[in-house]
Design a protein around this ligand. Sequence first.
Ligand code: GAR
Length: 217
Amino acid sequence: MASLKVGILISGRGSNMRALIEACAAADFPAEVVLVISNRADAAGLALAEAAGVPSRVIDHRDYDDRESFDTAMTEALREAGAGLVCLAGFMRLLSGEFCQHWRDRLINIHPSLLPAFKGLHVQERMLEAGVRIGGCTVHFIRPEMDTGPIIVQAAVPLAADDTADSLAARILEQEHRIYPLALRLIAEGRVRIVGERVLIDGLALPAERLLNPPPV
Ligand code: GAR
C-alpha cells in the first residue's frame, strides 16, 4: 500500500506531532510525515521535528494581511510537500472556510475533551468546574465551525477528586498520544468512511471495557 503523506500544523509544544512522527517511523506504518508547519518561530515542536529529520517551515500568520492569504500560503506549502492529509496538533489559529473546504475530509484535529462537550479553550478547568467524572480526548475531521466534525476516535479519562487542570491535562495528553496515531493509521489504511456527519470504521469490534467513575462498590 502506498504511504499516506501527512502535513502537521503546530503552534507550540508539539507532543502530539512527536507522537505522530514516532508512529510513522515504524516500518509497517502506512503514513509518513512530509512537512511540519508552525505559525510561530518559537514553537518548541520545531526542534523536535528537526531532531526527527522531518522538514519544517515557519509560516507566521503576522506576515499576512488576512486569514485567507495565511491559509493559502499553508495550502501551497502542503501541496508542494505532496501532503494528502493535514493533522492539526495544538495549532491555535482558526482556519478559514476556504481552507476547510479545500482540505475537506483530509483535515483532522485533536482536542482534549469528549466532543461535542467542552469545545474551545481552558477545557480542563471547565471540566473541573462542571464536575464531570469522565473526560477524555477526541480526534475528528474538521468542519468550519470550531471543534466540530465527524469523530474518528475518542478516549475516556476519569477525573480524580484532587485533580488540578494540569494533572488532568497530563492524563488526557497521555491518551491523546495513543489515539492520534491510531486515527492516522485507520485513515491511512483506508478503513475510515464518512457517512453524513458520522465516521464508520471497517473491521472494528466494540471494545469490551466499560469505564465507571467511581468504580462499582
Ligand atoms: C493538546 O492537548 C491538544 O489536544 C490541544 O492543545 C494541546 C497541544 O499539545 N488542542 C486544542 O485544544 C485544540 N482545540 P501539543 O502541542 O503538545 O501537542
